[in-house]
Design a protein around this ligand. Structure first.
Ligand SMILES: [Zn+2]
Length: 595
C-alpha cells in the first residue's frame, strides 16, 4: 500500500467505526495501519481521529519513572533532609509538585507517554497537538507533569461537558479525561491546550535551614502560578549522590514530595477583613489558627459575597479549611455556630464611601479612593513589567497626585528622589525601570495594565488575538461576547471599562512601543515544513508550536514562512511558495533562529 492508499484505507475505517458503527477490520489490524501511517506521515489528521489506537500501545521507560515518597508535615521533611545531608551546607532543589498526570516526552522519537507503573507507560502521542511544553532543559527526554492551567480548566468547564453531561470536578480529572479520549478533535476545535510542565521548569536552591525558615515565602512564590499545585518536591541538588543513596522499588531515596492535597482542618471563624484587590474589595476570613501543610494558618480568602452566601458562612461558624490542589487555603464548609453574625460591608474601610455591589463583588464607588488607585497602579505597573514599585512607593506617588499609569512616565529622577526612603541611586534605578518599558510591551499586557475590571492578562490575550487595540476600544458587549470565556455580565463590565479608559490606553500607546505579540501568533505567524528532514516533520511542527508559530500543512498566500531542508529543491510546495512570494528559509537557518 502506498501512502495515499494507506490514508484512504484509514479514512474508510474511521468512517466505518465512527459514522456507520460497523468496522470491517479488527482493532489490531487498525492499529497496524495507524502505526504505518505514523511512520510516513506522523501529523496526518486521520491518525488523530481515533487517537493513537483503540488498543493503547505501551512505552517502556529506559530509566524508571518512580513515584516519590510522601511527607505530610514540615517536621517529616526536616527529618528527611537531615538524614540525607552530609553537612548543613548541603543544597536542595525545591520544585512545585504539579497536580496533573506525570508524562515523558521523547522529543527525538516524537513520543509522549504516561508514567504507568513506572517501568511501562501508555503511549499518548495522539494528544501531542494539544500540548504546550514549558521547560528549561535542552535534553531530548523531558519528564514533567501534564496539566491544565487554571485558566484553561475554567475555559474547559465553560465550553465542554463530559459525555454524561456533568462537568469536570478537578483539573486532574479533566487531564485524565482528555488523555483517555479516543479523538482529540473536539478539544482542537475548542482550542483547549494541555501544558507539559517539565519538572525543572521552576526550581529554587536552598539549604535545609533556608527551606524551613523560608517555607511561607516559598509557598507564596508558587501560589500565584497559573498551574494547579498539590505540594512541593524536595530533592538533593548534588546528582552525584543519587547512585549512592539509590532507590527502593517504589521511590528514590534522594527526593521527597511534601503533599498538601486534601489536607483539611477545622476552626472557628472570628472576623472578616476587607482588603483592596485590583478591582474589588476582597473578604479575608480570620479564624483560630490551625496547622495545614506544615504551616500555621489563620486567614483564608473568601473571594466574594456570592461565595459567602452560597456556603452560608457567617461569623461564629465552625468552618472546614482546606488546601486542596493549591496553596491558598479555602473555606469549603461551614456549620452554623450557636451565635452567628451575617458577613456584610456597607462602606469602604479606607475612604468610608458607600460601596457598590454587583455579581457578589464589592467595589468602592469613590473614583478617587486612594487605596483603589494604589492597587490598580501597582497591578498595572507589574503587568507592564516595571520592577520596584511597591505599596509604600506607590502610596506616596498617589499622594503626590498621580492617578494614571501614563503619568509615571513623565516623572524625572529628581521627583522620584524626593520620595521618602529613596536614595539617589534608588530613584535612578526606578526611573530607568520605568523608561525601559517604553521600548516595547505586548499589546495584551498594555490592555491588561490600564485597570479595567474583569480584563486581566488572560482575557486581554484572547481579545488581542482577535482584534487590534484600536478595534478593541470600539467593541460593544455583543462583540465582546463572541470571545470565548466572556459572558454577558463580564462583557458589560469590560465595555464600560473601555469607555472609561480609552484615553489612558491611547496615551500609553503614544508613550510605549506596542508589539502585536499575541495577535501575530494567533492569526499571522503560520509556518509550513516541506521536503525530507532528518527528524519527523511533526517534531519540527511541535517545536514551532512551542515557539508560538502555528504549523500548517498547505502553502497559501497567507502563509508566513516555508521551511525546507534545501531551498534549491523543486518540490510543489516550494514552487507554490515562490509563486506567492512567501518567505522561505532553510531548516538549519530556522533552527538557529529558534534554538
Ligand atoms: Zn474607598
Amino acid at each position: 500500500m502506498n501512502k495515499q492508499e494507506l490514508i484512504a484505507k484509514i479514512k474508510q475505517c474511521n468512517d466505518e467505526y465512527w459514522k456507520e458503527n460497523n468496522p470491517s477490520i479488527s482493532d489490531e489490524e487498525y492499529d497496524r495501519l495507524i502505526q504505518q501511517l505514523r511512520k510516513v506521515d506522523p501529523n496526518n489528521k486521520e491518525i488523530f481521529v481515533i487517537g493513537a489506537s483503540s488498543v493503547v500501545d505501551k512505552v517502556k521507560h529506559e530509566t524508571p519513572l518512580l513515584s516519590l515518597n510522601k511527607a505530610y508535615s514540615l517536621e517529616e521533611v526536616k527529618k528527611w533532609m537531615e538524614s540525607v545531608s552530609d553537612s548543613p551546607e548541603e543544597l536542595f532543589l525545591v520544585q512545585p509538585k504539579y497536580d496533573g498526570m506525570t508524562a515523558k516526552y521523547d522529543t527525538k522519537n516524537f513520543c509522549l507517554s504516561t508514567r504507568g507503573n513506572g517501568y511501562v507507560g501508555e503511549n499518548i502521542t495522539h494528544v501531542l497537538p494539544l500540548v504546550k511544553v514549558v521547560s528549561r532543559s535542552s535534553q531530548s527526554i523531558l519528564i514533567g507533569e501534564l496539566v491544565l492551567t487554571k485558566a484553561e480548566f475554567e475555559y474547559l468547564k465553560q465550553s465542554l461537558s463530559r459525555k454524561d453531561g456533568s462537568s469536570y470536578s478537578t483539573a486532574r480529572n479533566a487531564v485524565a479525561g482528555i488523555v483517555s479520549s479516543k479523538s482529540i478533535k473536539e478539544y482542537c476545535e475548542k482550542d483547549i491546550h494541555l501544558t507539559l510542565m517539565s519538572f525543572d521548569a521552576i526550581e529554587f536552591k536552598y539549604t535545609a535551614e533556608q527551606i524551613v525558615n523560608n517555607w511561607l515565602e516559598l509557598l507564596d512564590s508558587v501560589s500565584n502560578l497559573d498551574v494547579p499545585i498539590d505540594g512541593m518536591v524536595i530533592k538533593l541538588a548534588d546528582t552525584t549522590k543519587y547512585e549512592k543513596l539509590g532507590c527502593t522499588s517504589h521511590h528514590p531515596r534522594w527526593a521527597l514530595a511534601f503533599k498538601f492535597a486534601n489536607i483539611r482542618a477545622e476552626s472557628i471563624l472570628r472576623d472578616v477583613e476587607w482588603s483592596h484587590g485590583r478591582y474589588a474589595l476582597t473578604p479575608v476570613a480570620i479564624f483560630d489558627p490551625v496547622e495545614i501543610g506544615g504551616v500555621t494558618i489563620s486567614r483564608a480568602n473568601l473571594h466574594n459575597l456570592n461565595n459567602i452566601r452560597a456556603k452560608d458562612i457567617q461569623l461564629g461558624d465552625r468552618i472546614v479549611v482546606e488546601r486542596a490542589g493549591d496553596v491558598i487555603p479555602d473555606i469549603i464548609e461551614s456549620t452554623p455556630g450557636s451565635s452567628r453574625t451575617i458577613i456584610d460591608i456597607t462602606h469602604c474601610p479606607f475612604c468610608n464611601t458607600k460601596v457598590g455591589k454587583f455579581a457578589g463583588n464589592v467595589v468602592c464607588t469613590n473614583p478617587n479612593c486612594s487605596e483603589t488607585i494604589v492597587r490598580q497602579l501597582i497591578n498595572g505597573a507589574g503587568v507592564l513589567g516595571i520592577d520596584g514599585l511597591g505599596v509604600s512607593t506607590m502610596t506616596q506617588l498617589v499622594q503626590s497626585g498621580i492617578t494614571e499609569l501614563s503619568e509615571l512616565f513623565s516623572l524625572d529622577i529628581d521627583s522620584l528622589a524626593s520620595l521618602n526612603g529613596f536614595a539617589n541611586k534608588a530613584a535612578e534605578n526606578l526611573y530607568n525601570a520605568i523608561q525601559k518599558v517604553t521600548n516595547g510591551v505586548e499589546d495584551y499586557h498594555l490592555l491588561a495594565s490600564i485597570g479595567i475590571a474583569q480584563l486581566g492578562v488572560t482575557t486581554a490575550k484572547k481579545l488581542c488575538s482577535k482584534y487590534s487595540l484600536d478595534e478593541i476600544v470600539k467593541l460593544n458587549a455583543d462583540d465582546l461576547m463572541t470571545v470565548p470565556s466572556i459572558g454577558f455580565e463580564k462583557a458589560h463590565i469590560i465595555e464600560a471599562g473601555l469607555k472609561e479608559k480609552y484615553i489612558e490606553l491611547e496615551l500609553l500607546q503614544r508613550i510605549i512601543h506596542v508589539k502585536r505579540a499575541s495577535g501575530e501568533a494567533k492569526t499571522a505567524a503560520t509556518i509550513c515544513f516541506t521536503g525530507k528532514m532528518d527528524k519527523p516533520r511533526s517534531h519540527y511542527a511541535q517545536l514551532a508550536r512551542n515557539k508560538g508559530w502555528i504549523p500548517v500543512d498547505k502553502v497559501s498566500e497567507s502563509l508566513h514562512l516555508l521551511v525546507t531542508e534545501n531551498i534549491n529543491d523543486n518540490t510543489a510546495k516550494l514552487m507554490k511558495a515562490k509563486k506567492f512570494g512567501v518567505s522561505i528559509c532553510s531548516l538549519g537557518e530556522w533552527l538557529k533562529s529558534v534554538l
